[in-house]
Design a binder for this molecule. Sequence first.
Ligand code: ATP
Length: 417
Amino acid sequence: MIEAVGLTKRYGDKTAVYNLSFQVRPGSVTGFLGPNGSGKSTTMRMILGLDNPSAGQVTIGGYPYRRLPNAPRQVGALLDAKAVHGGRHARNHLLCLAQLSGIPARRVDEVLGVVGLQDVARKRSKGFSLGMGQRLGIAVALLGDPQVLLFDEPVNGLDPEGILWVRNLMKSLAAEGRTVFVSSHLMSEMAVTADHLIVIGRGQLLADMSVRDFISHNSADFARVRTPDTEPHQREKLTAALTEAGGQVLPEQDGGLRVTGLPLPRISDLAHDADVRLWELSPHQASLEEAYMRMTQGAVDYRSTTDQRAGLQQQLPPGAIPPPQMPVPGQGQPGWYAPPPPQQGGQPFAMPQGQLQGQPQGQPQPGPYGGPGVPGAGAPNPYAQPTPVPQAPAQPAAAAPAQPSAAPDLTKPEDAR
Ligand SMILES: Nc1ncnc2c1ncn2[C@@H]1O[C@H](COP(=O)(O)OP(=O)(O)OP(=O)(O)O)[C@@H](O)[C@H]1O
């Protein structure tokens, strides 16, 4: 098990990780999510002893990584697949790491087979594609047959077949009782790979719960209702009846209605009472991506702006249809996702009571098609505070570790492992 308690990392003025407490348990795949720059890699580096925490601690099986007996046999990691000596053959790269950790050479050929690189085992890794590099990095992680595995963006650059392979690999490693901690920005993949999620934003814990609870706590289930297109007054009549009954009704582009705050049978009854015929009444649940977007929209550091193109754009010929404006996920355009944007200063996400900072998980309280309101309202919003970092005295320079590179050098076994 990996356990972080009050984990904090500062780089000068920059607080990359703040007061993070969580556990990653064996037997399941735990996804590690967060926007760019939220501190995922920093956290992983601290878990692996590549960075020293400024405060707090993180242990694996009760020990800090650097004090683990024979760490490479207990913990395997893929942090940066590019951090390989490009002049070395893939097999030699693995062989060097194996010899330094007392791992038999036959294990090298085993893992080359597991990751599907046996045919290019004697090729220099500098000629490897991004996906081949990822596979080699995964081979490194598996080399010591460790009980604890960390993967930072393992599917980066993999083709669909490779993504499916990684998904199955993660699941089978967890099914063998191992601890699997994996970061990814691919929500659709995380939804089908991870059992549990740890979500951070700006270095702080946003959620620690099962994938299922995460979606139900951070998304607004809603019902879609459609009345006959040919009779607009029916739509108006139904809107009035639903609103009067306490539902929130939003028109959809295709003429349908999006209803929150009322269960499906109640909507049906209200329509019946109002003498309105329905062409559609269907339940909808948000995807992991939608739930994630909703939760993290207040914790995104890097947002794109529309490219004005400084007048360089050619005029459209008369009659031409301009391309549709796509919404930018994470920017909270109304209507893009079911939930409304969080209230100013409010909790932008739902966190069950008592769950912050790794406290035991509360009972999920999803209401069937219940209005989202601002789930978790009343809980403190870490981003509403002007300065989330306490004014603790900075670490004396002498006590701080040498600034490690952002990517560990996997050519050095002590760094790689
Ligand atoms: N060695 C370092 N020196 C200074 N700042 C750093 C260092 N490493 C990370 N940071 C900063 O810490 C913050 C967290 O970075 P980190 O790489 O951990 O985020 P991340 O969640 O892994 O991002 P991404 O999803 O883009 O990989 C960023 O603002 C980053 O610039």
